[in-house]
Design a protein around this ligand. Structure first.
Ligand SMILES: CC(C)(COP(=O)(O)OP(=O)(O)OC[C@H]1O[C@@H](n2cnc3c(N)ncnc32)[C@H](O)[C@@H]1OP(=O)(O)O)[C@@H](O)C(=O)NCCC(=O)NCCS
Length: 186
């Protein structure tokens, strides 16, 4: 098997471009191996974006325009315990802290075989959008995700490797997801 090329924040911008989903995008060839995630992109993402429910960002390969990965972002707020607040030096009288949530994230299986690091690069881009929101529009202290352990029981490892930690208040024992956060204020 040939070695996968590594994508990182240095070579990512020369290989790929992140663009907001537009009605002219051809979505049908996208396949990340989880049907629900393919169907969401192809059938629901544009509607959700039009109706201010989720904004979808597509990572295109610069060379041929193919969709390499996508993520859908929404506004969020998470409840933290006193200990969690202390961990993030949040000295405020309220428990609910604003965030930007990755509601969906998927990398094309084709590109996963070719490159490693695309998912990590998408998380970096999500944090960049959240930072930009802070500078220009409204505050969000964390990037959050409900890690989908129903489709992939190991997926929390991907987020943990990228600096996310579980939210103790937000996940119930029988949940199909694990609520996680990453502090973008450093
Ligand atoms: C999860 C997903 C986004 C990861 O993208 P990716 O491009 O494969 O991830 P990366 O190459 O950046 O991986 C970074 C690290 O996380 C690990 N990792 C990636 N996916 C993993 C998974 N599913 N389980 C455990 N570890 C994982 C990698 O091995 C790598 O570790 P290393 O740095 O020690 O080599 C991608 O596999 C995907 O689209 N899966 C299907 C949809 C999905 O599950 N989305 C997430 C829903 S919450």
């Amino acid at each position: 098997m040939s070695k996968r090329a590594a994508v990182d924040i240095k070579n990512g911008p020369s290989l790929f471009i992140l663009e907001r989903l537009s009605p002219s995008d051809i979505l049908a060839p996208f396949d990340c191996s989880i049907r629900e995630y393919n169907d969401y992109l192809i059938q629901e993402a544009q509607k959700a974006q039009n109706e201010f429910i989720a904004v979808t960002w597509l990572l295109h390969e610069r060379e041929n325009g193919s969709i390499v990965a996508y993520m859908s972002l929404i506004n969020d707020a998470i409840k933290l315990t006193a200990t969690e607040k202390e961990l993030h030096h949040l000295d405020y009288p309220f428990r609910t802290i604003p965030a930007t949530k990755i509601a969906k994230l998927a990398v094309s299986s084709l590109y996963c075989r070719q490159y490693k690091g695309i998912g990590t690069y998408m998380l970096y881009l999500a944090a960049g959008i959240a930072e930009d929101t802070n500078l220009k529009h409204s505050a969000c202290r964390f990037v959050t995700v409900d890690a989908d352990i129903e489709h992939d029981p190991n997926v929390t490892a991907f987020y943990t490797k990228n600096g996310f930690i579980p939210n103790t208040e937000m996940t119930s024992k029988h949940s199909k997801t694990i609520s996680m956060r990453k502090d973008i204020w450093v």
